[in-house]
Design a protein around this ligand. Sequence first.
Ligand SMILES: Nc1nc2c(ncn2[C@@H]2O[C@H](COP(=O)(O)OP(=O)(O)OP(=O)(O)O)[C@@H](O)[C@H]2O)c(=O)[nH]1
Ligand SMILES: [Mg+2]
Length: 455
Amino acid sequence: MFSVSDTIVAVATPPGHGGIGVVRLSGAEAPAIARGLTIGAVTLQPRHATFVRLADPDASPSATLDQVVITWFQAPYSYTGDDVVEISAHGSPVLLRRIVELAMRAGARLAEPGEYTLRAYLNGRIDLVQAEAVADLVDAVTPLQARAAMDQLEGTLTSAIGRIDAMLFDLAARLEASLDFPDEGFHFITREEAGAHLLAVRAALDALAREGRAGRLVREGRTLVIAGLPNAGKSSLFNALAGASRAIVAEMPGTTRDLVTERVEVDGVLVTLVDTAGLRDAGDEVEIEGVRRARDAQAVAALRLVLVDGSVPLRAEAIDLVRRTTAPRLIVATKRDLPRAWELRELGPDAADAVDVSVVSGTGLAELRARAVQALAGGEPLRDVPAISNVRHLALVDDARAAVAKAAAELQEGATEELVLAELTAARRALEAITGRRSPDELLAHIFQRFCIGK
Ligand SMILES: Nc1nc2c(ncn2[C@@H]2O[C@H](COP(=O)(O)OP(=O)(O)OP(=O)(O)O)[C@@H](O)[C@H]2O)c(=O)[nH]1
Ligand SMILES: [Mg+2]
């Protein structure tokens, strides 16, 4: 399925015009192909940048296609582990395409998406977690996403998994050894010891699974919908959180009639913020449709902010709305800079932890951001960079947890070493699939297809 013996080529920089653009070659023929593109006899030295002129073979013999800098990373000391040559040319899409075309004429093949990273993985330069971290790092749009990806690229998750796997290996080895002395049963380890050992493994896996909630929040981001009666201050808050005047704000109720969305960073978390039409039954056809969309948006939100105007007497509809919106939601009393027209307790028992904000003075906004992230993270404030964030990894952690739980149950019920061992093996398989020590081709294809070409 994956050919690693040929030399691949692709533009490694983003599409469009730029100061420089890089064409990357990887494979045994890379240095020879690169030399073949230059004018005159050029000697490339590993890890040296060499300034050369590339020839345009279809023009007159001496025509210069571009002045470039070529860097050769000799195998195995390169990103992919193969010989890698990077040609830094002027960042013109026409030029870069032409260089790729000439390299292909000289025997290189166009790289598939993610193929450089795939080669790094297949050559043992990085494991699967690190390869996936490369894609996450390239895709990152918040600094926290970039930090989480970088941590995984540096191997934090790999070592956490490695520590758990070592515990499982140690227990399995002792049970295996006991198998060699069948008469004596649990010979190299008592049932109690084995039980305590499994408890420690479970605790480590549980900790990872818990961290996964924050990890997924950071990696995937979430949708946050702002809802409320007309004129509650939804669009004003939306603009304040977005840091830009995106939605129209007006004194007239019923201003917003469609969904307005914006991707913003809230305390490190990528949030798709949705402003909605004020919920009311009156209105023309357009507003009725807007209200319908507002309700649909609420249904898919990871968190709902229910806004109630703090400056006007509390209306029965507002109390009703607060009562009807289900968790996860945060109640927000708006326009705090104006005199309060009602007390929070009038909203009902749920409103005790409502957040008071004013977009005019800015009070309460920092608290609202923190509370929103905390609610999205499942109640815990987001303190550190989460070690695990990818659903594929988390599903495998769950598989390992299930197998370890089963092993513990069997141990208690007096099962034989063989039965317990089978579960330990299943748990280790799951952990190994995370780092890719055992990964079927289809899984690799699935992971690498989300990369961009040239990565
Ligand atoms: N003093 C004060 N006025 C505010 C505040 N937030 C919003 N307003 C005013 O309240 C009015 C309504 O604000 P919007 O943000 O348009 O309210 P909305 O909920 O989006 O209204 P609809 O789109 O009509 O449902 C405007 O005149 C805003 O200037 C605030 O924190 N303090
Ligand atoms: Mg509005």
